[in-house]
Design a protein. Structure first.
Ligand SMILES: C[S@@+](CC[C@H](N)C(=O)[O-])C[C@H]1O[C@@H](n2cnc3c(N)ncnc32)[C@H](O)[C@@H]1O
Length: 592
């Protein structure tokens, strides 16, 4: 405000001063940051004020308030977030629902909680007849990042209100922080406190108002924030996302040497329904060591940044994960083109799979068994091999012992299901594709009956089926460079290229399979044939040839995904196929 309006003329300084005194509000649970904010404002205003007849600058207090919890603070106002229903609601509730006055009372008088000022602010947020909505033009925040369970432990007021069911996670100022409509989560999501701040932040804005928050990058990736990504991409105009490298902002603030788990981003949105062609300005700041002030200056001057436009529609079509926005423009084009392929649900949706392939495909994790107690000797022919994932290659060879096939809860070796398991179906499937959650991205095939336990840190996932042919095909799709590139796009900053967390839900959400038509069916058939040959070679250890086939299959997979025009098929045409594929604009991206 000062920078924009002050021109050194006294008349202006009064206007500015009134603007600041009447219009700026701040909240915190702790007094210290409030004092800092106040001091900082006063110091900036000093050059303006000093020319006036003030004898006590502090008399005119800036409106910062101590609160018990910013989120709960506005529950007693008629503050809603939906685009259309607030008038109706206000009428129904006669303006104000003052249920929580008691709870919000600090229990003592605080310098930084002037109840009259606060009332005035809240009043200004109310719907008042004949007066246009008076909310805030700007909401700026560096919200606290506190985990869900920690908030419960700390008795954060809004969590108390949720516990007593006065407030529900599916309606935090009109934002459903539980689930996307029509797709209820089967588990209780754990949104961080900052998600609640985004909800209240939007609610505090007037129409066309803008919000600017610095938040962690988990916002882009965490499956629980699909609700935020959904809400933002559907109901507000996203203006800017500024992404910082992971090392930034370490060593700052009071707990400066505490390592932070994730890097930050700055989100700028406008409270206005997005137009279909809205483009989001995505800025990536490259220099990890710059001081914050230099960094912000550089961003304004287009220095040390890469900048691109991403259509908000692409964001709303991919609410599962927004990590792809960190990529270069051509990689994003690749991602969009890849997205035109078929959803992998044609395999895991049993209905569709039975119709299309005449079989089912079970995507599942391990079971609730303690591998340390596995048998050393096989006792019965129905015993399972305890999975030993091979260090290299694409077939399961050894094992880590044996596990009896016990389905009787009374027995010692009972194979207990975890909540997420789909019965024992994966276990009972004749063929499987298996991959590690965290290690190099490698999918292996097996027709052995294997079992593994589900551990929280390092575990495995599998796809089980009776349909060997389709599993061969899936094996090659999943091991392809195309899939690797897609999976890499979703890695967190602190994951290395080789160690990416590949959960079953990542595969289900992000992986596509080529659309198969009469025109390309023969390529799929060739992939299946070659995959079988490829695995057979592994058993006889002909590594050179195996490598060649792998490369050939990979090009065929690419041709299917990106509709590369290939004429003759067969390994003898591998060279020609490769050269045809490499003419496609995305070939280089996949192989970079
Ligand atoms: C990351 S700091 C930002 C402080 C200050 N706004 C700034 O930008 O320097 C987050 C602040 O949120 C405050 N806070 C934590 N829980 C809160 C809550 N439930 N309601 C309001 N403020 C809260 C903390 O006291 C802390 O000062």
């Amino acid at each position: 405000i000062i920078d924009t309006f002050y021109d050194g003329v006294e008349g202006k300084s009064e206007i500015i001063e009134n603007m600041i005194n009447d219009n700026i509000f701040g909240l915190d649970v702790s007094e210290f940051p409030l004092y800092l904010a106040e001091m900082s404002l006063l110091m900036r205003m000093l050059p303006l004020i000093i020319t006036e007849k003030y004898n006590n600058v502090v008399e005119k207090k800036i409106k910062v308030f101590k609160t018990k919890d910013s989120i709960a603070e506005f529950i007693d106002t008629a503050l809603f977030n939906t685009q259309s229903d607030e008038n109706i609601d206000t009428e129904k509730n006669k303006g104000q629902v003052s249920l929580f006055k008691e709870k919000l009372n600090l229990g003592y008088v605080s310098f930084v909680r002037d109840e009259d000022d606060l009332k005035e602010m809240k009043k200004s947020l109310e719907f008042q007849e004949k007066i246009p909505r008076r909310r805030f033009d700007f909401v700026i925040g560096n919200p606290p990042y506190v985990g869900y369970n920690e908030c419960i432990r700390q008795n954060v007021l809004i969590f108390e209100l949720m516990k007593s069911k006065v407030v529900k996670l599916n309606n935090i100022y009109g934002v459903n922080l539980h689930s996307i409509p029509g797709n209820p989560k089967k588990y209780r999501p754990n949104p961080n406190l900052y998600a609640f701040f985004i909800a209240i932040g939007i609610a505090l804005l007037k129409d066309q108002g803008k919000l600017c928050f610095i938040i962690p990058q988990t916002f882009l990736i965490n499956p629980d924030y699909d609700v935020l990504r959904y809400h933002l991409s559907k109901f507000v105009s996203i203006e800017k996302i500024i992404i910082f490298r992971s090392e930034m902002f370490v060593g700052r603030g009071l707990k400066g040497n505490k390592p932070i788990i994730t890097s930050s981003l700055i989100l700028v949105i406008q409270r206005k329904l997005p137009v279909p062609e809205n483009q989001v300005d995505v800025i990536y700041y490259k220099e990890p060591d710059d001081d914050i002030e230099i960094c912000l200056n550089n961003i304004s001057n287009n220095k040390n940044i890469s900048r691109k436009k991403i259509s908000q529609r692409l964001l709303s079509e991919n609410i599962g994960n927004w990590n792809f926005i960190k990529q270069d423009e051509e990689v994003i084009n690749f991602y969009r083109r890849y997205g035109e392929n078929e959803n992998i649900s044609i395999y895991y949706d049993h209905h569709k799979a039975e119709e299309k392939f005449g079989s089912r495909f079970y995507f599942d994790g391990g079971y609730d068994i303690d591998e340390r107690t596995a048998l050393i000797e096989k006792a019965d022919k129905t015993d399972y091999d305890v999975l030993r994932f091979p260090d290299k290659g694409f077939l399961i060879k050894g094992n880590k012992g044996y596990w009896p096939n016990s389905r009787n809860p009374k027995e010692k070796y009972f194979i207990r299901l975890r909540q997420a398991n789909q019965g024992h179906h994966l276990l009972d499937s004749k063929y499987k594709v298996i991959w590690p959650y965290l290690r190099d991205i490698r999918f292996v095939f097996t027709d052995k009956s294997v079992i593994w336990s589900r551990r929280t840190t390092s575990t495995y996932y599998g796809i089980g089926s009776e349909n060997k042919q389709e599993l061969f095909y899936l094996l090659s799709l999943l091991n392809s460079c195309v899939t690797k590139k897609i999976v890499e796009m979703f890695k967190l900053d602190n994951e290395s290229k080789r160690e990416i967390m590949v959960s079953s839900s990542l595969i289900k959400k992000e992986i596509r399979v080529p659309k198969i038509t009469k025109k390309n069916q023969h390529i799929k058939d060739e992939i299946i044939r070659q995959t079988e040959e490829f695995l057979r070679l592994e058993e006889v250890m002909l590594n050179e040839l195996q490598k060649k086939i792998q490369d050939y299959i990979d090009d065929l997979v690419f041709a299917l995904y990106f509709d590369a025009d290939i004429s003759n098929i067969g390994i003898e045409h591998a060279e020609a196929i490769k050269s045809q594929c490499s003419k496609n604009r995305f070939y280089e991206i996949v192989h970079s």
